[in-house]
Ligand binder design. Structure first.
Ligand SMILES: NC(=O)c1ccc[n+]([C@@H]2O[C@H](COP(=O)([O-])OP(=O)(O)OC[C@H]3O[C@@H](n4cnc5c(N)ncnc54)[C@H](O)[C@@H]3O)[C@@H](O)[C@H]2O)c1
Length: 285
């Protein structure tokens, strides 16, 4: 009886050790752009809780300070870095600083992004109404900013263990009239960026993947006045009939940063409740 109990306890220990070593991110240097809020903060916090050495990077200093305080209150120390991802030199300086730190740089989430408002579902989001300034600023942040981040990560990840994870969107992999043109174009664009970078960086042990989230409740949607209607529409078209909960991103973030994903590169991983499987909402004419 007592030896059976010992065996069970032993198996439980081995089970946890096995899981622990597959997903072991302890000691990895991680940077997350857009880390002051929403998906980035969720993914950064998940990595910090799993034992990684995390730096949240954002252009909003206040958000970073609040995030850092909240995590410290929970017992997790994270670093912060203020930079705008559209400023390639300022961003690169931060990456250089992190890579030169005692921990080094192993994992970069190119996650910061902004909304382009509603797409062709409404008249104001149709092709003839495109606001050129907004188009340029969305492309600048979501596509050029992601390229700046991936380029800096490629330049400064020199340890032989590298993971770059770019946040695309379900709106970048299939049509969605709720999603503004600039956003759809930028999120499709980063998928091309990821695939080429995966090919270029493989020989250096750097894996490059995209995640394509569906709808999650975050600050980005405050910039979109039709957010509530979008939530209802999104729930209707997703297979699971609901928006995502932020905690549901944590496992994927840890997986992609960890040794468990060692044979995955150039992939686009959907995390959208099955929304990409369904048809988009109609454009109402
Ligand atoms: N929330 C969703 O439903 C959803 C779905 C699919 C994809 N995404 C993508 O996820 C990413 C994160 O979005 P979120 O929902 O967490 O939004 P969010 O607004 O909550 O967080 C985005 C963060 O990025 C920062 N940021 C924006 N532009 C920046 C810049 N130029 N330089 C540095 N930091 C900048 C903001 O200050 C903010 O803290 C974005 O790329 C977004 O497109 C979000």
């Amino acid at each position: 009886m007592s030896s059976d109990v010992a065996t069970e306890a032993d198996q439980e220990t081995r089970r946890l050790q096995h899981l622990g070593s597959m997903f072991d991110v302890r000691g990895l240097g991680v940077v997350v752009t857009g880390g002051g809020s929403g998906l980035g903060l969720t993914m950064g916090a998940a990595l910090a809780r799993a034992g990684a050495s995390v730096t949240l990077l954002d252009r909003e200093e206040d958000r970073l300070a609040t995030a850092q305080e909240d995590l410290a209150a929970d017992g997790y120390a994270v670093g912060t870095a203020t930079a705008d991802i559209t400023d390639a030199d300022a961003l690169d300086e931060q990456f250089a600083r992190l890579a030169a730190s005692a921990t080094g740089l192993h994992v970069a989430f190119a996650n910061a992004g902004i909304s382009a408002g509603i797409g062709p579902r409404l008249r104001s989001g149709r092709l003839t109404e495109i606001d050129r300034d907004r188009w340029r600023s969305v492309l600048d942040v979501n596509l050029t900013g992601a390229m700046n981040t991936v380029a800096s990560a490629a330049r400064h990840m020199t340890t032989g263990y590298g993971r770059i994870i770019v946040t695309s969107s379900v709106g970048g992999i299939r049509a969605d009239p709720m999603v503004g043109y600039a956003y759809a174009a930028s999120k499709a664009g980063v998928v091309g960026l990821v695939r080429n970078a995966a090919l270029e960086l493989a020989h250096r042990g750097i894996l490059v993947n995209a995640i394509a989230p569906g709808l999650f409740e975050t600050n980005i949607r405050r910039a979109n006045p039709t957010a509530q209607a979008m939530t209802a529409d999104f729930a209707r078209i997703s297979a699971l009939k609901r928006a995502g909960r932020l905690a549901e991103l944590e496992g994927l973030a840890v997986y992609l940063a960890s040794p468990a994903s060692s044979y995955v590169t150039g992939a686009v991983l959907s995390i959208d409740g099955g929304a990409a499987l369904t048809g988009p909402n109609d454009v109402e004419v």
